[in-house]
Design a protein around this ligand. Structure first.
Ligand SMILES: [Zn+2]
Length: 331
């Protein structure tokens, strides 16, 4: 492929999330062990879950069927379809106390459906408060832990994200260094350590490392006692909500803030910081070397610092290759 060639998008990796559609995400349903008892003039469904036992029974009139289909199979198939309920039928025990054999029973499906509906409605109604108080409890506990794990207080001015690509070339006293999200060689960790060490050898300087990958927590532990190393969690760590914020706050000493990603900040703790609109995060990063793997040349005689332009209809992209790692940005 040549520079400037037209490319076609197969799957979207842009920043705009697709509209959320409730029906695309089917909630998990709790399977219930239930028992159905069939009598000549009564049908009973009973179940037990989370310390709640529930029984629904209705008067019915059984008729003799000519179809010969096992009535217990009809019930089993049907009870599994639970509509909007949080439950579904798991293991079912069916007891036939009626005068008819199972393959002789006829009951209009509409009658059974009404009983089934009442059953699921009742079980949802009983269990709902338990579910909610449990979820509220978890959220409250995360909230109070977050308060306990207060942010490291500091008087450092945080520059915009676009001004942070400094790393080892930085010359100021306070260096914001977003760590590379992808490391290519085993030695890369060592190189990072050397860069950090070269800064902290100077008592006048502070380095603020941007955690961009869960493995970077290694540095948070390694420099936990070194006051000249501070941290923030960068956008690649996907600090999506307060639980993630807590995860980082409890593990990183001298954490300045976390960039949030995806979820709306409403109600988020103050440690989550919005990335500025003028900053253009990469769409993806790849260990494929764009040059070598597209047969544009070999890596041996290469500056390992390249840039290509790509076009896809009315969109333009920049491919940046640095040390055989490929970054894609939308222009
Ligand atoms: Zn290469």
């Amino acid at each position: 492929m040549e520079s400037g060639a037209e490319v076609f998008k197969i799957s979207g990796h842009d920043m705009k999330l697709k509209e959320y559609r409730e029906e695309s995400w089917k909630p998990w349903k709790t399977p219930l062990s239930a028992q159905i008892t069939i009598e000549d003039s009564r049908l009973t469904i009973s179940a037990e879950t989370g310390g709640i036992s529930l029984t629904i029974d209705e008067e019915i009139t059984l008729e003799k069927s000519s179809g010969g289909k096992d009535f217990s199979l009809i019930l089993k198939e049907n009870l599994r379809k639970s509509g909007t309920s949080s439950f579904t039928a798991g293991t079912l025990t069916i007891e036939n106390r009626s005068r008819l054999k199972l393959d002789e029973i006829f009951l209009p499906l509409s009658t059974f459906k009404l009983i089934k509906k009442a059953f699921y409605k009742e079980i949802d109604r009983s269990v709902d408060p338990i579910f909610h108080s449990s979820a509220d409890g978890i959220l409250k506990s995360i909230g109070s832990h977050l308060e306990e794990n207060t942010l490291f207080s500091h008087n450092i001015k945080i520059p915009p994200r676009s001004a942070m690509e400094t790393g080892k070339e930085a010359t100021g006293k306070i260096i914001f260094y977003p760590l590379p999200p992808l490391l290519f060689h085993n030695d890369d960790f060592k190189t990072l350590e050397e860069t950090i060490e070269s800064v902290i050898g100077n008592p006048e300087k502070k380095i603020i490392l941007g955690i961009n990958n869960i493995s970077h927590l290694f540095f948070a532990e390694k420099y936990a006692k070194n006051e000249s190393v501070l941290f923030f969690t960068d956008y690649c760590t996907y600090a999506a909500n307060r639980a993630t914020a807590l995860f980082y706050r409890t593990r990183i000493k001298r954490l300045l803030f976390s960039y949030y990603w995806i979820e709306d900040p409403d109600g988020s703790p103050e440690s989550l910081r919005k990335i500025e609109n003028d900053f253009n995060p990469h769409l993806f990063v790849s260990r494929i070397c764009y040059k070598r793997h597209n047969n544009l040349g070999t890596c041996s005689q290469c500056s390992k610092n390249l840039s290509y332009n790509l076009k896809q209809r009315n969109k333009e992209f920049t491919v940046t290759v640095k040390d055989c790692i490929t970054w894609l940005y939308q222009k």
